[in-house]
Write a protein that binds this ligand. Structure first.
Ligand SMILES: C[S@@+](CC[C@H](N)C(=O)[O-])C[C@H]1O[C@@H](n2cnc3c(N)ncnc32)[C@H](O)[C@@H]1O
Length: 270
């Protein structure tokens, strides 16, 4: 039985949701499905390649790196990477994984403060992270200020803002999620998430409500993020796509369903 936390911080709740032995692959369409994984990897390579061409080097802050699935790609593309993690067990996995790689620095960041520092960077990368950050607009605004001229910002795998989506898009998305949960034998969890979304009531001490913060609320406002980035970068590309956990539904949804998820790649900081 998990210990009850009184007035837990977001960091403690993220750590609960991503504790020892957490499997980042299981519920992550962008790791499981090659169609989405390829989007992420090509974004990473485009970003690092262009920044190195313009600035001669690419110092990246990768926020919430999990177990480092995409850190490997950042490094392979030629970046020097600082990775942060709110979860101490995940930070420990990252430290071990990159212990022999001087191009990677790992920081356990229980308060999510690193993004608010002022040292200059060439790029900020957030892969499946912004929906975990309650004030993601504030975090992105600050991180942009740290990016040097010619630099880049890349975020991907966040749910499109629900109030702008059609009923069809929402229902297909929720139905696919519920089917996947049923297939995992986790119907209780799937239904509980659904009920919480319907009631719009949240428990601030429950990691299920606080970890995937904007998934159980209104999604992430891609238009507001786009506007923030457009004011600071020469080029901003918004990619919207279908994403779901089950492989067969991913393939079907990509062909027939409206998009559920987005990424933003901002190039050439003014
Ligand atoms: C869905 S996982 C994604 C992990 C990894 N980026 C990937 O794609 O495999 C989100 C991760 O972000 C971390 N996280 C959430 N908010 C954070 C913040 N403000 N600073 C650092 N890490 C954060 C969580 O602990 C979790 O490991």
């Amino acid at each position: 039985m998990a210990e009850v936390l009184h007035n837990p911080t977001i960091g403690q709740l993220q750590e609960r949701a991503h504790g020892d032995g957490h499997d980042y692959t299981k519920g992550s369409p962008h790791i499981r499905h090659h169609q989405i994984r390829e989007r992420v990897i090509s974004g990473v390579h485009a970003l690092v390649g262009e920044v190195i061409e313009r600035n001669g080097r690419c110092r990246v802050l990768e926020v919430g790196a999990g177990h480092g699935t995409f850190t490997d790609h950042l490094v392979a593309a030629g970046a020097e990477v600082q990775v942060t993690e709110m979860s101490a067990p995940s930070a420990a996995v990252l430290r071990h994984r990159f212990r022999n790689n001087p191009r990677v620095t790992v920081l356990h960041d229980p308060d999510g403060k690193e993004i608010f520092r002022s040292e200059p960077l060439d790029a900020v990368v957030c892969i499946s992270v912004l929906h975990h950050v309650p004030d993601y607009l504030g975090a992105v605004r600050h991180s942009i200020e740290r990016i040097a001229a010619g630099g880049a910002f890349f975020s991907i795998q966040d749910p499109l803002w629900y109030p702008r989506r059609s009923g069809l898009s929402m229902n297909l998305d929720r139905g696919a999620y519920l089917l996947w949960r049923l297939g995992q034998g986790e119907w209780r969890r799937g239904l509980a998430t659904r009920v919480r979304r319907l009631r719009g009531r949240y428990d601030e001490s429950n990691e299920a409500d606080m970890s995937e913060y904007h998934v159980v609320r209104n999604g992430v406002d891609e238009v507001a993020l786009h506007a923030l980035l457009q004011a600071a970068f020469h080029e901003v590309e918004l990619q919207s796509y279908w994403s779901t956990q089950a492989g067969a539904l991913q393939t079907l949804g990509e062909r027939f369903a409206p998009p559920t998820t987005f990424g933003l790649l901002a190039r050439n900081r003014r």
